[in-house]
Design a protein around this ligand. Structure first.
Ligand code: DGL
Length: 273
């Protein structure tokens, strides 16, 4: 038995969709969630800069005494996962490998689509991971810079979002993909729009569900689970405005958020020093 919490981080709120799935799969665990809202979005930033932010945050979480870190941000995973695994002493999981694995299992025609941020598409990591499992599978990638601002905006389910999804989906439909990786932790929020645009015949792969499964398996195999039957606690931290995080965060977590504490960027930078 290991009572230490699990650390989860994202550039902002998107990782709360991963926390949501972890809370359902592993309700007995404690969690520390850190959203780097002051530096959101990561998607349009250079990979080197995203890597620096991720190293700071993961180091900070390790100093808080977590037993495992989840990089619940596709851009951060794409930019930094190998570095995080080298630097930290606790296990670090990202959100790309579980999705790539699920997509390879799901596809029947071996044509896989990817919708993600600029940084994630530019990293080329999904194609590498898919090809490590099936060298013959084809990956068609589309960067979707408009989706995160729309999902975080006032009208995430409005016509503008639907039009953007239709435009981003067109090259994937033309390529005949039967499986689409939603390579950004914000996208589960607009799942109904995505499923309507692609239709029932296309399998959508979301990182949240796949990652929660991997977290559960990792804790069990390493023998570091908390006691079953208890109800875990969540601590929420943000570099941005705590009240905005609390309000908007509920949209992503779909559960109440009682309290959010602010963490100074300087405290994160100190953790990486
Ligand atoms: N959370 C980021 C990701 O999953 C999307 C938001 C951002 O661009 O920071 O890639």
């Amino acid at each position: 038995m290991d009572p230490r919490p699990i650390g989860i981080f994202d550039s902002g709120m998107g990782g709360l969709t991963v926390l949501h799935e972890c809370l359902i799969t592993l309700p007995h665990e404690d969690y520390v969630y850190l959203g780097d809202a002051a530096r959101l979005p990561y998607g349009p930033r250079p990979l080197d800069e995203i890597r620096r932010f991720a190293v700071e945050i993961a180091g900070y979480l390790e100093r808080q005494g977590v037993k495992l870190v989840v990089a619940a941000c596709n851009s951060a995973t794409a930019a930094a996962l190998p570095d995080l695994q080298r630097i930290l002493t606790v296990p670090v999981l990202g959100v790309l490998a579980p999705e790539a694995h699920a997509a390879v299992l799901a596809t029947r025609n071996r044509r896989i689509g990817l919708l993600a941020t600029d940084a994630t598409v530019a990293s080329g990591r999904y194609a590498e991971l898919v090809h490590a499992l099936d060298a013959g599978a084809e990956v068609v990638s589309v960067a979707c810079p408009r989706l995160v601002p729309l999902i975080e905006g006032d009208d995430p389910f409005g016509e503008e979002t639907a039009a953007a999804v239709r435009a981003y989906a067109t090259p994937l439909k033309e390529a005949g993909v039967d499986t689409v990786i939603l390579g950004c932790t914000h996208y589960p929020l607009i799942r109904p729009i995505l499923q309507r645009v692609f239709g029932r015949g296309v399998t959508l792969v979301f990182s949240a569900e796949e990652t929660a499964r991997e977290v559960a398996e990792t804790l069990a195999r390493k023998g570091i689970e908390n006691e079953h039957g208890r109800e875990g606690r969540c601590t929420f931290l943000t570099t941005g405005d705590p009240e905005t995080f609390r309000e908007m965060g509920r949209r992503f977590l779909q559960l109440p958020i009682a309290r959010v504490e602010r963490v100074a960027i300087a405290a994160l930078e100190a953790a990486a020093a």
